[in-house]
Design a protein around this ligand. Structure first.
Ligand code: AMP
Length: 425
């Protein structure tokens, strides 16, 4: 190992993580900002929760039998001996915060939005990372079908505003009661038992613990078996069925197109009733850009009051991948003026001029590496600035600068004191 370090002392980012570098970093931040703007315009206000929670929040929230909890969590013991986990998703943390601060006491539903990094120890591939970013919203405290429709429409509209044309896939997975999903689980469990030998070996183990999840299998053998499996749509109770009918009706009224897939189950244990996913072309096997659903029992599972709720999260990394190169860029702030200085005296004035512009709220940059005229003009063009403010000995002697419009190529002499006014106009 020592030998290896001597050969190459440079570090790399940990496997499955990546650095977000300029200029893409702006697009990436602007996407999250745009998401929060869109969500705020529908009444969802931002919440920030810690990057890590007590491990139990996820065990009890996300569910002890889910892949995320059993295989993917970054769990560690801190110096105080507590078991903590980097958040693999945000819904459990949001519900923990809502319960802790009793936000359900106010007017309902509580509508919250977020944007931030999540952590899962998955096998890295295109569109699947160990640190990835999500934007999402949650509405807690109402079981009205119109909340489901609102949430789904906001997600769909945001993705379309990003240039995606996602397919919205919808299902109802009922609620955990013998008259509903638990009854179905028994029937499905029996079916899976009967077909045990035909399933991929890795899918046999969870028949008893979480039969529904078999629909998520990527194994060809299992997928074939599941085409013949009994479907949950035949088994959900009347209340869940009429809720689902009302959600579909609302979405039709809102002109939101959807496809019903009775095999869509979603990966986390807390989901009840409405489950949905946004699927996008051009992402290969990681084609889900986002998903969500109801989680009517989660608050109680985390020790809170009954707070029927629904939310979604969308993968920022995948939205950017699906947008591709051709998509229209988000507008981002930049530099309006690039100060070009020629000669020692002018150079000594360049930073003052740039600072004066910045103090007036105008983006300004300059050469700080002693480049010549040609190099500085190149940098000016590269900076994206609209103007080059050129200060040479002649200009300086006259107390002026040459202000060149880099778009039209036109230029004029302006008094040093008039640059701010000119650019602002
Ligand atoms: P989930 O709730 O697990 O379905 O995650 C919601 C969305 O987050 C997915 O549709 C992806 O867009 C994104 N996502 C989940 N896991 C990852 C990951 N490991 N890397 C990148 N994006 C992810």
């Amino acid at each position: 190992m020592g030998h290896h370090m001597a050969q190459d002392q440079r570090f790399r980012a940990p496997r499955g993580t990546y650095d977000v570098l300029p200029p893409e970093s702006w697009q990436w931040l602007a996407l999250m900002r745009t998401a929060l703007d869109t969500f705020a315009r529908a009444g969802y206000r931002p919440i920030e929760t810690p990057m890590f929670e007590h491990t139990e929040v996820f065990e009890r929230g996300v569910g002890a039998t889910s892949e995320v909890v059993t295989k993917q969590m970054y769990t560690f013991t801190d110096r105080g001996g507590r078991s903590l986990t980097l958040r693999p998703e945000l819904t459990a943390g949001v519900v923990r915060a809502v319960v802790e601060h009793d936000l359900g006491r106010g007017s309902l539903p509580v509508k919250l939005a977020y944007a931030g990094p999540m952590f899962r120890q998955e096998r890295p591939q295109k569109g699947r990372y160990r640190q990835f970013w999500q934007v999402g919203i949650e509405a807690l405290g109402s079981d009205e079908p119109d909340v489901d429709a609102e949430i789904v429409e906001v997600g769909d509209r945001f993705l379309r505003s990003c240039g995606l044309e996602p397919t919205l896939v919808l299902n109802s997975i009922g609620h955990p009661d013998e008259s509903c999903r638990l009854g179905y689980n028994k029937v499905l469990g029996e079916f899976l038992d009967e077909n045990r030998d035909a399933l991929a070996p890795e899918d046999r183990a969870r028949i008893a613990t979480n039969p529904l999840r078999t629909f998520d299998s990527k194994e060809a053998r299992t997928i074939e078996v599941m085409t013949r499996a009994p479907l949950i749509s035949e088994f959900i109770c009347d209340a869940c069925r009429s809720h689902f009918e009302a959600v579909k009706h609302s979405l039709s009224v809102l002109d939101v197109a959807f496809t019903i897939d009775p095999r869509l189950v979603r990966g986390l244990d807390y989901y009840t009733r409405t489950a949905f996913e946004f699927v996008s072309e051009g992402l290969g096997s990681q084609n889900a850009v986002g998903g969500g659903g109801r989680y009517d029992g989660l608050s109680e599972q985390l020790g809170g009051p009954p707070l029927p709720a629904i939310g979604f999260s969308l993968g920022v990394d995948r939205i950017l991948l699906a947008r591709g190169e051709s998509a229209e860029k988000f507008a981002v702030p930049g530099v309006s003026v690039y100060v070009v200085a020629l000669g020692a005296t002018a150079r000594s004035r360049a930073l003052s001029l740039a600072t004066e512009l910045r103090r007036a709220g105008i983006g300004a940059d300059l050469d700080l590496a002693g480049r010549g005229m040609k190099g500085q003009m190149k940098d000016a063009a590269r900076s994206g600035a609209r103007w080059a403010a050129i200060v040479g000995e002649k200009e300086l002697a006259a107390g002026e600068v040459t202000l060149r419009d880099l778009e039209s190529g036109e230029q004029e002499r302006v008094p040093l004191t008039g640059v701010v006014g000119k650019v602002q106009a």
